[in-house]
Design a binder for this molecule. Structure first.
Ligand code: GDP
Length: 350
């Protein structure tokens, strides 16, 4: 009867209310990082960055680089749980007439969101005309080879123990590491991981990073990854600023949930950010009071994208942000999130 429906409604409303409370409590206790912890981590990263700049200028004055800088969630107030990682961006300078970029969808690999960088004009400007020719493989600039150059430098020729003792940190390169990473112990029980991320900014503003494609490494070895991070983070922030919304809070809660639940580790910040951006196109109410509703909707949306095996990038819909997951990973993520829909609070138990 009608009273039954009302009771279910009431029950639902009460459950949502308590989820809302639990989400905010989880945010305060597990997600948000104390300001001083963030500041100490940022300072440690900055010290290392300064040392590396000095070292590279002295050791390799003719390597065509722009100034290195730090970036990532630690600098956008989007890091969660612990202040433990940052990226050191290393912008490489390419001669415009010697290198051109080819979108992945126009190559035999057919992967939107990845690019090849081809060496041009070899007949007029023979090998060695460009500093980066040493990283050319089969006519293309190889991100793997670029990483190897930096790896030799960073892991091989920098005296990290000496620098560490001056700065009062314990610094060592992480080996083996896919993406060249430094481990910095900056307090007795605090560690920071700093990733080196060589970066190309093409003429049209496209950012390409030397972060290899996860699957079929051999075949995809020469592919550069397009980075949307700056633009997608800016868009999320701008939307929140327009309406005082809770999108960034929702993102941080979701990031923490994925970080703390091993079964969800494979979901990354970019996938979560884009799912929220896509949701924002359909859903208008992002007030703080709607956090629980939007969080549930985010879970549902993720389940839907996983079922489809496809998550379009909000800034470039042809890019599938799930393209580096195996079928099995897609299934497992989908299953975990589907189960969480009936017990979302289970995700917050740590
Ligand atoms: P978090 O690491 O989950 O807190 O998320 P971030 O938003 O800091 O993203 C960092 C990840 O994005 C790293 O894996 C980077 O390799 C990757 N990434 C892609 N493009 C960029 C970029 O332009 N800047 C930074 N810092 N990271 C990027």
């Amino acid at each position: 009867g009608s009273s039954g429906a009302t009771q279910t409604d009431l029950l639902r409303a009460r459950m949502r209310l308590s989820l809302q409370e639990h989400l905010w409590e989880f945010y305060q206790e597990n997600v948000n990082i104390p300001t001083d912890e963030q500041a100490t981590a940022r300072r440690a990263a900055l010290d290392i960055c300064a040392e590396l700049r000095v070292f590279l200028h002295a050791k390799l004055p003719d390597m065509p680089l722009r100034e290195m800088y730090l970036s990532g969630s630690l600098y956008d107030d989007l890091q969660v749980v612990t202040a433990d990682h940052a990226q050191l961006m290393v912008p490489m300078i390419l001669e415009k007439n010697l290198w051109s970029s080819i979108p992945g969808e126009d190559t035999i690999m057919n992967v939107p969101g990845f690019w090849l960088v081809r060496r041009e004009n070899l007949e007029y400007f023979p090998r060695s005309s460009s500093y980066w020719d040493r990283c050319m493989v089969g006519g293309y600039l190889s991100p793997k080879s670029v990483l190897e150059v930096f790896d030799k430098l960073v892991a091989g020729s920098i005296n990290w123990p000496a620098i560490g003792s001056v700065l009062d940190y314990v610094i060592r390169p992480v080996v083996p590491s896919e993406t060249l990473t430094l481990e910095v112990q900056y307090e007795t029980n605090r560690k920071l991981y700093v990733d080196f991320l060589p970066l190309l900014v093409m003429e049209d503003g496209t950012s390409l990073i030397a972060k290899p494609h996860r699957l079929a490494a051999e075949r995809h070895e020469n592919l550069w990854r397009q980075s949307f991070r700056v633009a997608e983070t800016a868009r999320l922030r701008a939307l929140d600023q327009e309406d005082g919304g809770c999108r960034c809070t929702c993102l941080k809660v979701a990031k923490a949930v994925c970080k703390l639940n091993p079964a969800l580790n494979r979901l990354n910040a970019s996938q979560l950010t884009n799912t929220i951006l896509l949701l924002s196109e359909k859903e208008g109410d992002w007030t703080q009071e709607a956090l629980a509703d939007r969080f549930l909707q985010l879970l549902r949306a993720l389940v839907g994208h996983l079922e489809a095996g496809r998550l379009p990038c909000a800034l470039s819909p042809k890019v599938n942000l799930f393209c580096e997951l195996t079928e099995q990973e897609v299934d497992e993520l989908g299953y975990t999130l589907y189960c969480a829909l009936s017990d979302p609070e289970g995700l917050l138990r740590t």
